[in-house]
Design a protein around this ligand. Structure first.
Ligand SMILES: Cc1cc2nc3c(=O)[nH]c(=O)nc-3n(C[C@H](O)[C@H](O)[C@H](O)COP(=O)(O)OP(=O)(O)OC[C@H]3O[C@@H](n4cnc5c(N)ncnc54)[C@H](O)[C@@H]3O)c2cc1C
Length: 387
């Protein structure tokens, strides 16, 4: 562990879904990398609140491409590095019980297939062959993308962390960044509660807290956290493969998604409506009666299953539902990787590699196209449909 005052090529603020894979790829590229996090260990921010869903089936082409790359990384990780990150390729299924959702999903599929995704629309009967326990009443059909899946956010982030350390990256925990150091219009390092570290590149990967970090150098990042509720049930015998997503808005909630974990539990997550904005992560069970009704409407078989634990976590939201990845125009060397919304875990490896190419000045033409869409300077007006 380097003492305060040491020099690095890159300092990353935040050892979460983005910071840990970014450290792995930066260290692999031979850069002297320091990751600082104010909590005691890796992945303890929004990362550990994620339920582990990983899909490339987005409506935005950039997210599709980044997540296709992430899926390659997650799905081959154990084979290459030996760490079990609980990757399961169970697929994703977006269900439609009303014409609106059927129309919207079919429209997105056209774009997704053009981008090379393996996704199809299944009518009611074909969908019931894949997910026999869906409520058949009024079911119109749904999408099925068999190559999507899920993995453990804690195991995966820990795997990136451990391999990054083997490659020479350093992680300092219980160390909060309190200031960004600058000299002549460019970044020169960071100050923490323990001292200062010098580096020509500082990456803001502070998740829901990224705006606070931006504020240290008067950069107003539009990252506004909101609270999402989750829960896990008791374990039951295996009966369900894909993640089920219901995008139909209902009273008090918008999106709702759930899957059966490889160890048998059902894990589910709800997007409250109106959103609960701010940093409140105190878990409640107040949402359970609402979510139970919703769950039984989609899958009546879950009627008697018992919920074992609830939690609440933060989505680092941007106004248009797309992440912010790019160099800050106001301060050379300050790289922004924030606002991952509800998809930071699945974006992690793809974004980590992109950040590395940016720091190494090795961006491809495709990267430059991505960076226009993810630019911190964009107008944030077009909202992604499957955000
Ligand atoms: C209920 C729920 C379910 C979700 N499900 C999924 C899912 O299925 N799939 C998916 O892809 N995503 C999911 N997400 C979203 C995902 O969790 C986030 O998008 C992702 O974790 C954001 O990653 P991050 O690295 O930007 O932030 P984080 O993982 O929060 O990392 C940021 C880190 O920065 C640190 N930090 C902040 N300020 C400072 C400072 N001043 N000094 C030092 N360190 C600092 C924090 O301690 C934290 O560890 C879910 C989120 C929630 C809440």
């Amino acid at each position: 562990m380097s003492p305060p005052g040491a020099n690095f090529d890159v300092v990353i603020i935040g050892a979460g879904s983005i910071g840990a894979p970014a450290a792995f790829y930066l260290a692999q590229a031979g850069l002297k990398t320091l990751v600082l996090d104010r909590v005691p260990s890796v992945g303890q921010g929004s990362n550990k609140k994620a339920i582990g869903g990983i899909r490339a089936t987005h409506s935005d082409p950039v997210k599709v491409r980044l997540c296709l790359r992430s899926i390659q990384v997650f799905s081959t990780w154990q084979e290459i590095y030996g760490d079990d990150i609980e990757w399961v390729q169970g697929g994703y299924c977006f269900v439609a019980y009303r014409d609106q959702e059927e129309r919207a999903l079919k429209e997105v599929i056209v774009r997704q297939r053009e981008l090379g995704l393996n996704i199809q629309w299944l009518d009611r009967n074909r969908l019931l062959e894949i997910v026999p326990d869906l409520n058949p009443d009024e079911l119109l059909g749904g999408t099925f993308s068999p190559e999507d899946g899920n993995a453990s956010p804690l195991l995966a982030t820990h795997a990136f962390y451990a391999r990054a350390m083997q490659l020479g990256a350093q992680f300092h925990f219980n160390e909060a960044v309190t200031a960004i150091l600058t000299r002549s219009g460019r970044v020169s390092g960071v100050r923490t509660n323990r001292g200062t570290y010098h580096a020509p590149v500082v990456i803001n990967a502070a998740g829901p807290w990224a705006r606070e970090i931006g504020g240290m150098v008067a950069i107003d990042l539009p990252v506004f956290p909101d609270s999402h509720e989750s829960a896990i049930t008791e374990a039951v015998a295996h009966f369900l493969d894909p993640m089920i997503v219901d995008i139909q808005p209902m009273p008090d909630s918008s999106n709702f998604y759930f899957y059966q974990h490889m160890t048998g539990q059902i894990i589910f997550c709800i997007t409250p409506s109106p959103p609960i904005q701010g940093f409140d992560q105190r878990e409640t069970s107040a949402f359970l009666p609402m979510v139970a009704r919703r769950m039984l409407e989609v899958m009546p078989r879950l009627k008697n299953i018992r919920v074992r634990r609830t939690w609440r976590g933060l989505y680092p939201m941007t106004p248009d539902g797309n992440p912010i990845v790019g160099w800050a125009s106001q301060l050379q060397g300050f790289l922004l990787a924030a606002g991952m919304c509800g998809q930071g875990f699945m974006l992690g490896p793809g974004v980590g590699e992109l950040l590395t190419r940016m720091v190494m000045d090795q961006t491809t033409n495709e990267d430059l196209e991505f960076l226009k869409v993810l630019s911190p300077e964009r107008n944030f007006a077009t909202v992604e449909m499957l955000k």
